[in-house]
Design a protein around this ligand. Structure first.
Ligand code: RAM
Length: 330
């Protein structure tokens, strides 16, 4: 009898101890990049770490596939489900292909959000876009057009052909092309956010379109490679490379003149905001539903639209006048 009581007591103590230990377990948030080795996602990870420090008791697991494929991300997601993380915040290589794996994660109680590059609505609780898609689409063509007062030929060097964010931005850009009757969009090619493929695709554009005046690369990997290919082809001053890039990676291209200007939002702030949102949902401080106003800490708050989407801020233009100041920031 006594022994039995002792055993019950021990079991109770053990379960109390484990629940106390559970209470101290960190909230584990996986930040899933399109691929590893991309400076944009590394900057976002710095922001996520910043949010973790501010929130306390949060662990960021920065991960992603080695190349920008949905298959690679599905493997990563399955591993995160097995690790029983509390939240997954993903920038998707394909809006649909990763959705089934993410649905499985949600069924197991894992919070799932997308950020940067979205997941189909049923595969995530909310999506955080860096900025308004319309604004980004309008910005990238304006950057090219502003340097071509007489008009000219423009080509797009994108990331992967399934990338949610670039595809939306390009379609928003296409919607306003009639505002630029002198600008002819001659081609759209895909460098898959790989430096070497982006470089080769740029070489292909330069060969196929000898009169090309500008390349719009709405990808931080593509824009650097395109600027390099233009410089190597001796076409600085003839072909202007613009789009979206990191000041730290584009400083040389601005200095050489291969890129007159480009734009981007702050990727550190974006990673910070994504981690913050994942935390708010995972700890039940907020619920993802249309109209919800959710805190993003030092960045303020976001309000979810009917599709549970929100945008963080506006893109900022970088050129010779400010690149020195920002190249050490991100
Ligand atoms: C690349 C990625 C990312 C995009 C930036 C601008 O790093 O494609 O998704 O937001 O470029």
């Amino acid at each position: 009898m006594f022994a039995k009581k002792l055993m019950i007591g021990a079991a109770l103590a053990a379960s109390l101890m484990s629940s106390a230990a559970w209470a101290q377990d960190p909230v584990r948030i996986a930040l899933v990049a399109k691929s590893l080795g991309n400076g944009f996602f590394e900057a976002a990870n710095r922001g996520a770490e910043e949010a973790a420090k501010e929130l306390g008791n949060v662990q960021i697991i920065y991960t992603g596939p080695t190349s920008t494929t949905a298959e690679g991300q599905i493997e990563v997601i399955n591993a995160l489900i097995a690790q029983r993380v509390n939240a997954i915040a993903i920038s998707a290589n394909d809006p649909d292909a990763v959705a089934p794996a993410l649905k499985r994660a949600m069924q197991r109680g894992i919070t799932v959000i997308s950020w940067d590059s979205g997941v189909a609505k049923d595969g995530r609780e909310l999506h955080l876009a860096p900025s308004s898609n319309e604004l980004i689409g309008q910005t990238i063509i304006k950057l090219a057009a502003d340097e071509l007062p007489e008009g000219g030929e423009v080509a797009v060097l994108s990331a992967t052909s399934t990338s949610t964010n670039q595809n939306i931005w390009i379609s928003e850009m296409n919607k306003v092309m009639d505002q630029y009757p002198n600008i002819k969009l001659v081609a759209t090619v895909y460098g898959d956010d790989l430096a070497d493929k982006s470089y080769r695709e740029t070489q292909g554009l330069l060969q196929t379109y000898p009169d090309l005046d500008a390349i719009i690369a709405p990808t931080s990997v593509g824009i650097v490679a395109a600027a390099q290919a233009v410089a190597d082809a001796g076409k600085i001053g003839k072909v202007n490379v613009t789009g979206l890039g990191l000041p730290s990676e584009m400083a040389g291209a601005v200095e050489s003149g291969a890129s007159k200007s480009f734009a981007i939002w702050n990727p550190v702030d974006l990673g910070y905001s994504a981690a913050y949102l994942a935390y708010e949902l995972a700890t039940d401080k907020a619920e993802a539903k249309p109209g919800a106003v959710i805190s993003i800490g030092r960045m303020g708050s976001v309000t979810l639209d009917d599709a549970n989407e929100a945008a963080m801020s506006t893109p900022f233009k970088y050129d010779a006048s400010n690149i020195e100041e920002f190249k050490t920031v991100f």
